[in-house]
Design a binder for this molecule. Structure first.
Ligand code: TNX
Length: 507
């Protein structure tokens, strides 16, 4: 693990907007290096501390975080805030010379992303949990200048904690992975036929019954309100917004098993005569369940759930699913979505739904998530912005190849290059870049039971989607990506992140 000799040889993912190698001596981390942060800014101080926590165990120096009054003194890694500059909230400027490393941004989010870039410029051994001196010849960073900022505002990943439950600790590990690659949205699929995963005080059986199992019949689980709010905070400190999803009107068997009056389902698949239609479900069929759209009780339920989750969620978005409804007529479906949209709005949130919501009358602020392409255009024509999650490209629950043990294959096999090598703007005919909020990689968990399995499907496809959503099209290139991502395997091993060693990369 030799240090970089020139900034031009970096292996940054996502690749920055501009990288200009400098001349002169590199910056060297020493026992005396300090991290400076602007005085009286707790967010910047926390970012400095996060960097300290990465550097201290592997480099073995104290890296104190100190408030700086003026310009950065020699020998420091300086975080500098210049509010109102043209970089936007997430952009940053990173300069390295022999005397100092300076990360400048107009907001803390930019400082955080700049810190992730700095981390990737250091030898992979920086990720070790103990002294890495035997692996690293010198802790140096070559001189130069990086100017960077994101292409899309929504750079997302989705984790399905409903089909199989993931613990708080596992979700935090997933958040750490997203943060390393500058993603800023974690969409949590919190309820589906097989499980309800979030405490709702006004409807306690949702977790007592609906949370009690999962695909395959395991014990399931749910997040208490404290645990959920802890996850929100953990994500927030990493500049990631949690987008909670309660899928409705279909994918609701867990809710209906808890409160049978909510239901208008078809018989549960695989259960003879439908006699267990009111019971919990541990198979993986989709589309059979539905909340009753003609009962006022249903909307009281929806209102309570959205109110309670909304109150715990500082982010602006509330995802209400809306996909794969076969138990209702189109007319019933549209009326349901329109009422739910009113409820979400009343609670001060912006509604997000899977593309099928385009069949209803949408407010221009509503956001539709494309996944199979037939109805996203209906939403676009009503003024909705789109999140692109085309299953054949970024459904990272798809197998990589026919030999992949985990995952599904209904949308095809999705090798690394397939996830990377496409352009969001030409993907949907007639939809301009300004209508594309961003990209999201969903990870459905029918076949995955823990974070190790999740990582195998997510890595390296999540880094590929991260570059797709961060870097301008002109700077992206498959050959360059495949050579840069190869260097990340050493980091993943030190971080304990499982990954798929795609044969498309020379690891
Ligand atoms: C389709 S994508 C679904 C999910 C499944 C997924 C499996 C979407 C909106 N619905 O319910 O888990 O396929 O790939």
């Amino acid at each position: 693990m030799h240090p970089l000799t020139t900034l031009g040889a970096h292996q940054l993912v996502p690749v920055p907007v501009s990288v200009t190698p400098g001349t002169g001596a590199p910056f060297t981390l020493t026992a005396a290096t300090t991290i400076t942060v602007p005085a009286n800014d707790s967010a910047a101080a926390r970012i400095g501390e996060l960097l300290g926590m990465i550097l201290r165990p592997s480099v073995g120096s104290p890296f104190p975080v100190v408030a700086s009054a003026g310009g950065p003194p020699n020998g420091t890694i300086a975080f500098v805030l210049t509010p109102g500059s043209a970089m936007g909230d997430e952009g940053y400027d990173l300069t390295i010379d022999s005397t100092a490393v300076r990360i400048t941004a107009s907001a803390p989010a930019g400082l955080f992303h700049g810190m992730q870039t700095l981390r990737q410029l250091l030898p992979a051994g920086v990720e070790a949990q103990q002294s890495a001196h035997h692996m690293v010849s010198a802790w140096t960073i070559p001189p130069g200048h990086i100017v960077d900022g994101p292409r899309f505002a929504w750079r997302g990943a989705m984790l399905d904690v409903a089909r199989h439950f993931f613990t708080v600790d596992e979700v935090e590990q997933y958040i750490d992975l997203l943060a390393l690659y500058k993603l800023n949205i974690l969409h949590l699929h919190l309820a589906d036929d097989q499980g309800w995963r979030i405490q709702i005080d006004s409807w306690p059986r949702l977790t007592a019954i609906g949370g009690s199992t999962q695909v395959g019949g395991g014990k399931g689980g749910f997040y208490t309100k404290d645990e959920y709010m802890g996850l929100v905070r953990y994500a927030q400190e990493r500049y990631i917004t949690i987008v909670p999803e309660i899928d409705m009107p279909a994918h609701t068997n867990a809710a209906i098993a808890s409160y049978p009056q909510l239901g208008c389902s078809k018989p549960t698949p695989g259960v003879f005569g439908g006699t267990q239609a009111l019971g919990t479900y541990t198979g993986i069929a989709v589309g059979f369940s539905a909340l009753c759209p003609d009962s006022e009780g249903t909307f009281k339920f929806v209102d309570d759930v959205i109110r309670e989750i909304g109150a715990m969620t500082p982010g602006q978005y509330m995802h209400v699913g809306g996909d794969e409804v076969t138990a209702l007529t189109n007319e019933q479906y549209a009326r349901f979505v329109e009422r739910v949209q009113d409820i979400v709005n009343k609670h001060g949130k912006t509604m997000v739904g899977w593309e099928e919501i385009g069949k209803a009358r949408l407010l221009p602020t509503t956001i539709a998530q494309q996944w199979k392409s037939d109805s996203a255009l209906l939403a676009f024509r009503q003024g909705a912005k789109l999140i692109l999650s085309p299953a054949s490209k970024v459904y990272i629950d798809m197998k990589y190849t026919p030999q992949t043990e985990l995952g599904l294959d209904w949308a095809g096999f999705v090798e690394l290059r397939t996830s990377y090598d496409w352009d969001p703007v030409t993907y949907l005919n007639g939809v301009p870049e300004t209508s594309i909020l961003g990209i999201e990689a969903p990870l459905w968990s029918e076949t995955i039971q823990n974070i190790t399995a999740a990582e195998y499907l997510a890595v390296p496809r999540v880094p590929a989607v991260a570059e797709l959503s961060w870097t301008p099209a002109a700077q992206r290139n498959w050959e360059s990506f495949r050579s840069r991502i190869a260097g990340h395997a050493a980091r993943w091993r030190l971080l304990g992140i499982n990954y798929y060693p795609s044969p498309q990369v020379q690891w």
